[in-house]
Design a binder for this molecule. Structure first.
Ligand SMILES: *[C@@H]1O[C@H](CO)[C@@H](O)[C@H](O)[C@H]1NC(C)=O
Ligand SMILES: *[C@@H]1O[C@H](CO)[C@@H](O)[C@H](O)[C@H]1NC(C)=O
Ligand SMILES: *[C@@H]1O[C@H](CO)[C@@H](O)[C@H](O)[C@H]1NC(C)=O
Length: 293
């Protein structure tokens, strides 16, 4: 990263187990020196298994500090400072139940609409986001057109519950899995206001009895009549992470992990970096202070 590079980030929303995160569109200038200036010093003596948030804060968040927002279900002053003041308490419950995840997604959507930003991108807290690549890919799409960008999680289209017939509807639709990340253009998000704005997203989740990402697909494909555009550079842990070769890491937008399913990247010892995200970050951005010289 020796040369200067203009970066326009998007809105990124990451659902942490108990938080989610939003990266706003804006301009970020990356170069080697300001990368280092913006870095906290990192302890290398023991690994932190506490939560997923510290890993994000240590790595890719540093490249999009002004654009990234976290959505939680509690207030925490320490975390508020660590996230550059970008921690939003959604007041949603902290469980993984469908209605509570839908509640957070609903707050993310409403926050995005209030922000006036160009792209709504959601990621989970077990995603690593390759910020410059996300920006580069989004530059290939016009936010003033309708775009629903992401990756399918299942080989067959989803079906939904129809409360009128009390049946699973045979009408099918695709959805982008939140686990890999997805982006929605402002133009499309604006058209969705009458359907999902002001918290209405929660009632649609309840009505069709589906998870937040399936509900998003339902709204966009069924109600808005817009098809998902597959962007294969998004990755969830439903894929085998080790099958992504290191020579194409740079072109990927997101990575994920789960126990025994991690990116195959050289770097730190597995006991210090079990998710491999610290190593991946150093692979992509070796100038960061915590990276080995
Ligand atoms: C706030 O967050 C910090 C850092 O993650 C954590 O150590 C602390 O226990 C949290 N405080 C409360 C009251 O939960
Ligand atoms: C959560 O509740 C607090 C206190 O009532 C309120 O100030 C805040 O705006 C609420 N957050 C959201 C996202 O509605
Ligand atoms: C959307 O996808 C369906 C198949 O899933 C296809 O039949 C339809 O033609 C597509 N619509 C557009 C506008 O591409």
């Amino acid at each position: 990263m020796g040369r200067r590079r203009m970066i326009k980030a998007a809105v990124i929303l990451v659902t942490l187990g108990y938080c989610s995160l939003l990266v706003y569109q804006g301009s970020v200038t990356l170069n080697a020196s300001n990368l280092q200036e913006s870095l906290p010093s990192v302890k290398t003596t023991k690994h932190n298994r506490d939560t997923r948030l510290p890993i994000i804060l240590k790595t890719w968040f540093q490249l999009a500090k002004d654009q990234t927002w976290f959505f939680t279900d509690t207030d925490n002053q320490t975390q508020q400072q660590l996230t550059n003041g970008h921690l939003v308490n959604t007041n949603c419950s902290d469980t993984h139940q469908r209605q509570h995840l839908c509640c957070k997604t609903s707050v993310e959507y409403d926050t995005f609409m209030d922000s006036g930003k160009k792209w709504f991108c959601h990621f989970d807290d077990d995603n690593y986001v390759n910020v410059p690549r996300l920006v580069e890919v989004l530059q290939g799409y016009d936010y003033q057109m309708d775009w629903y960008l992401g990756r399918k999680s299942i080989p067959k289209p989803a079906r939904y519950y129809n409360p009128l017939t009390k049946n699973m509807q045979t009408t099918r639709f695709w959805f982008a899995t939140f686990g890999a990340g997805l982006c929605i253009s402002r133009s499309l998000a604006l058209k969705m206001i009458p359907v999902v704005g002001g918290g209405k997203f929660i009632s649609i989740c309840a009505r069709i009895q589906q998870a937040d990402d399936v509900t998003m697909g339902y709204v966009i494909e069924r109600t808005m009549q817009l098809n998902l555009t597959i962007v294969p550079e998004f990755h969830s842990h439903l894929e085998q992470m080790k099958l992504i070769p290191s020579d194409i890491f740079r072109e990927q937008i997101s990575f994920s992990y789960s126990p025994k399913n991690t990116v195959d990247v050289p770097g730190f010892d597995a006991s210090y970096d079990p998710t491999r995200f610290l190593s991946l970050h150093c692979f992509l951005f070796p100038h960061f202070e915590f990276c080995p010289r």
